[in-house]
Design a protein around this ligand. Structure first.
Ligand code: C2O
Ligand code: CU
Ligand code: CU
Length: 514
């Protein structure tokens, strides 16, 4: 292994990775749209809507539980599945399935996940939303090489392991809907697109004490758009389909949008539900697509999406919405009372930001009345607001389109990601305010420490900004202030845009906590 002068995506193209800001071509048609990205159309007739049942990813059993925590094992491998009727699609999956198995942890009880890499490329596993020591966080160059790989070519000076490694998660954090996904430098977009994503739920006593819907009435829903070739294969505009050289075709550098909406890996599924409250853990696992989700028809009186939680756990009080806007990587926990509908009624989860097929997500068929002991209490949790006066540092971070050596890319404060470029140094235990500004849509994600939103534009937090967040939905030419306390662990982390094409094309920074 050797440390390379290579600087990720731009370094491959030669030379030092500094942005040249002048002469940036305006990406036409993006401002004013609902997502920043380019539609990649499928070349196969799209599967029918609401014909296949919703699948819920299996909960993974631990291989053992001992004093060190709960131990799990996952194998990352290719598999063939039928997503388009009559055709086979090769996916990359944790245990060969997409989404991967759901891991369920108890707050404060360590979880150890042994990953084995049987894929042809290096991988990195990141637990999104985890409060995780730096060595376990899936730093983009801490590669897990394929089983049996021999020394090949160049890789970064990260902590490289071969074949198998353990990721140790202390999970000293609140109950929340987390997810795990690939995070390899320059290749997160194509790897997640192929299927490397799964849920990781954390439970705690506070949440268990609430009378919320549980068991089969607590549904994790991973929403992701994809596109398919004529043979049923997943389409993605990689310059190099072997994922050795990074980059996508230039037209797709704003982000890749698919035209098939998958929920838990099934195109436009339906779910039969009794007429009772259900908790829906909504995750937007799309590379670039934003959604505005609503129930059609809405229940009498409206407000059918009762938000109880977000990225980093429960809200203090429930919030009633007619629609919920979700940027990539965000989670919204909502309770829907299907008891407000008649037995036999069909309720479609629609996407008001989508056109054509992307305007629909899934359908619920309300089957029959049933007993419902659940309810949504008016007090869910306690959230101590972080106060502006606590902040010791104010930073401004500009997320924008850039040209780097003639290539389209994305930078933060004009600096493309490189393992040795530090965008922010924070002292453990201190509070900082980050002012984030954008040109296009940039869902900004910070590892390690969740944050609260102080302002958006000239006002306070937006309708979807409540609670502890780890990903902020920033819209074109917008600015927001977030307040963060850096505690837990020291070390090197990243923060980045979670439009995965932006992330891969360098919109990521190092966050050094000392
Ligand atoms: Cu979900 Cu750094 O990522
Ligand atoms: Cu993360
Ligand atoms: Cu972005």
């Amino acid at each position: 292994m050797r440390a390379m002068n290579r600087r990720g995506f731009f370094g491959v193209l030669g030379g030092a990775a500094m942005a040249a800001g002048a002469g940036v071509p305006l990406l036409s048609g993006i401002r004013g749209s609902t997502s920043t990205g380019t539609l990649l159309s499928s070349r196969v007739p799209l599967p029918g809507r609401f014909r296949r049942p919703l699948a819920v990813p299996p909960v993974l059993d631990p291989v053992r539980r001992d004093a060190a925590g709960d131990h799990y094992e996952l194998v990352q491998r290719a598999a063939r599945v039928e997503l388009i009727p009559g055709l086979q699609t090769e996916i990359w999956g944790y245990n060969g399935i997409f989404p991967g198995p759901t891991i369920v942890s108890r707050s404060g009880r360590p979880t150890v996940v042994r990953h084995r890499n049987e894929l042809p490329v290096p991988v990195v596993v990141h637990l999104h939303g985890g409060r995780t020591p730096s060595s376990e966080d899936g730093y983009p160059t801490d590669l897990l090489m394929p089983v049996g790989a021999t020394e090949h070519g160049h890789h970064m000076a990260g902590a490289v392991t071969r074949g198998e490694r353990d990721y140790r998660y202390p999970l000293e954090q609140r109950a929340a809907t987390l997810w795990y996904h690939d995070h390899r430098m320059d290749f997160t977009g194509p790897s997640v697109w192929r299927g490397l994503a799964g849920f990781h739920l954390v439970h705690d006593d506070e949440e268990d004490a609430l009378p919320l819907p549980r068991g089969e009435r607590d549904l994790p829903l991973m929403i992701a758009d994809r596109s398919f070739g004529e043979d049923g294969s997943l389409l993605y505009p990689s310059l190099d389909p072997t994922l050795t050289r990074p980059g996508v075709r230039d037209a797709y550098s704003p982000g890749v949008l698919g035209d098939v909406i998958l929920v838990n890996g099934v195109p436009w599924p339906y779910a039969e539900v009794p007429a009772v409250r259900h908790r829906l853990r909504l995750l937007n696992a799309s590379n670039a697509r934003r959604y505005r989700l609503a129930l059609d028809p809405p229940p009498p009186g409206g407000g059918g999406l009762v938000q109880i939680g977000t990225d980093a756990g429960l809200l203090d009080r429930p919030l009633r919405h007619d629609a919920i806007e979700m940027a990539p990587a965000q989670r919204y926990d909502v309770v829907v009372d299907f008891g407000a509908y008649r037995a036999g009624q069909e309720v479609t989860l629609v996407n008001q930001f989508g056109d054509g097929p992307a305007a629909q997500v899934m359908r619920f068929r309300v089957t029959h009345a049933a007993r419902d002991d659940s309810r949504v209490p008016e007090r869910l949790s306690r959230i101590a607001p972080l106060d502006r006066a606590q902040a010791v540092v104010n930073r401004t971070l500009r997320f924008r389109h850039d040209t780097v050596h003639g290539m389209t890319g994305w930078t933060i404060n004009g600096m493309p990601f490189a393992p040795d470029v530090v965008h922010a140094r924070a002292r453990l235990g201190t509070v900082e305010i980050w002012r984030l500004t954008t040109d296009f849509h940039h869902p900004v994600h910070v590892h390690l420490a969740p944050f609260q939103v102080l302002t958006r534009g000239n006002g306070g937090p937006g309708a979807y900004d409540r609670g502890w967040k780890d990903t902020l939905d920033l819209r074109p030419a917008e600015q927001a202030e977030i307040i963060i306390r850096f505690d837990g662990y020291t070390g090197r982390y990243v923060f980045h845009c979670h439009n995965l094409e932006h992330e891969d094309m360098a919109m990521m920074g190092n966050l050094l906590v000392t």
